[in-house]
Design a protein around this ligand. Structure first.
Ligand SMILES: *Cc1c(COP(=O)(O)O)cnc(C)c1O
Length: 398
């Protein structure tokens, strides 16, 4: 007797096209969209077995659906992880990943530099339910160590951060968290699973807004939580099943198809971002450019250690504050003004007056978000057209 052959292991671009596919009896080429709430059973015994867990089939689309399962499996394969769960939005993923682990009396540590809604959860929502939180400067490892308490159960970070693109040492924070008996959840939206693998760096759980690069064409909202099977079963599965922030199978289908082209899109967008960052850095109207793989990024060495590329987003300061930043944005033709990112369309954001307006001038100053700061999410347009557009913006500044 010969041993069973080990299944062939494919590289990520291949898995992003084929991974997790569940083909129906019709043998469709493209992944099927199962727009169904529930499932029918051939007999009463079969329904009983499904609910007892003896038969692993689908029960109800609040927590199990074939199209959603394909999306989850494909993301899990990309992360080399055991398990993933999709959610209606990125914020639903963040909320479940954090809240699913907590009870009253627990303590959470997180950097101040967080996506606005993530900061609301840690700073305002959790304390209402008896969970205290400490917000720190995430780039300072001593502050992480000092913030740990005996009841610290969860640490949560985002790297690169939005919009300053600060890099936080994921491996070091995972170590500090684990020594204190806490877990580390990483919001990996800016890097995407292709440029950074938080689980391999020691994180316990990774969350995404699939609204961003996974969809990649600005259509649907979605989120996904990636972790070990044990983590998902202990903290996530039941929370999602019973509270119900489920992704629509239609949106999961969009994400699933988006994953097929993710490497091609992201690499093209990153190439444009690298080129535009270098261009901006050489312009007299620009005071500062922040892009992780540029040598002048404050945490360049760390970025090179934990990321395989700088991604599609650039932050930069124009000289002349808000007026200059507004003149720049208003002079653009191709680049659209929007608070979103990761789209095929290039998008420009003025964080001080939009995404980070609510936190106030003091918190903005603390986080290095000046009135002249702009965030550019590079799309798929011809990079020469984008640079011409930026030149027009800079002319309006100067
Ligand atoms: C967009 C975003 C989110 C929230 O995702 P939604 O899909 O809009 O809910 C969370 N974290 C980061 C870093 C994001 O960019």
């Amino acid at each position: 007797m010969s041993a069973a052959p080990t299944p062939r292991k494919f590289r990520s671009a291949t898995n992003l096209v084929h991974g997790g596919t569940l083909r129906s009896q019709f043998g469709e080429t493209s992944e099927a969209l199962f727009l169904t709430q529930g499932y029918v059973y051939p007999n009463m015994e079969s329904a009983e077995a499904r609910f007892k867990g003896d038969d692993p089939g689908f029960i109800y689309s609040r927590f199990s659906n074939p199209t959603v399962a394909m999306f989850e499996k494909r993301v899990a394969m990309l992360e080399d992880a055991e398990s993933a769960r999709a959610t209606a939005t990125g914020m639903a993923a963040v909320t479940a990943a954090i809240l699913g682990q907590l009870k009253a009396g627990d303590h959470v540590v997180s950097p101040k530099a967080l996506f606005g809604s993530c900061r609301y959860i840690v700073e305002e929502l959790l304390p209402r339910f008896g969970v205290s939180s400490t917000l720190i400067d995430g780039t300072d490892l001593d502050q992480w160590r000092a913030a740990m308490r005996p009841n610290t159960t969860v640490t949560f970070l985002e790297s690169p951060t939005n919009p300053q693109l600060e890099i936080i040492d994921i491996a070091a924070v995972a170590d500090i968290a684990h020594k204190a008996g806490a877990t580390l959840v990483v919001d990996n939206v800016f890097a995407t699973p292709l440029l950074q693998s938080p689980l391999k760096l020691g994180a316990d759980c990774v969350v995404y807004s699939s609204t961003k690069h996974m969809d990649g064409q600005g259509r649907a909202l979605g989120g996904v939580i990636v972790a070990s099977e044990d983590f998902i079963q202990t903290h996530i599965h039941n929370f999602l099943r019973q509270t119900g922030p489920a992704i629509s199978p239609f949106n999961a289908w969009i994400m699933l198809k988006g994953l097929e082209t993710l490497p091609v899109r992201l690499m093209a967008q990153q190439k444009s971002a690298e080129r535009i960052a270098d261009f901006l850095a050489a312009q007299p109207e620009v005071a500062r450019v922040l892009y992780p793989t540029r040598k002048d990024h404050p945490q360049h060495a760390l970025a090179m250690r934990q990321m395989s590329g700088g991604g599609s987003v650039i932050a930069f300061d124009v000289k002349g504050g808000k007026d200059a930043a507004f003149r720049f944005g208003n002079a653009l033709e191709i680049v659209k003004i929007s608070n979103n990112l990761g789209d095929a369309k290039s998008l420009l954001t003025h964080p001080a007056t939009t995404t980070h307006q609510r936190i106030g001038p003091l918190a903005r100053a603390e986080s290095g978000i000046g009135d002249g700061m702009l965030r550019l999410s590079c799309g798929l347009e011809d990079v020469e057209d984008l640079i011409d557009d930026i030149k027009a913006g800079l002319k309006a500044v100067g």
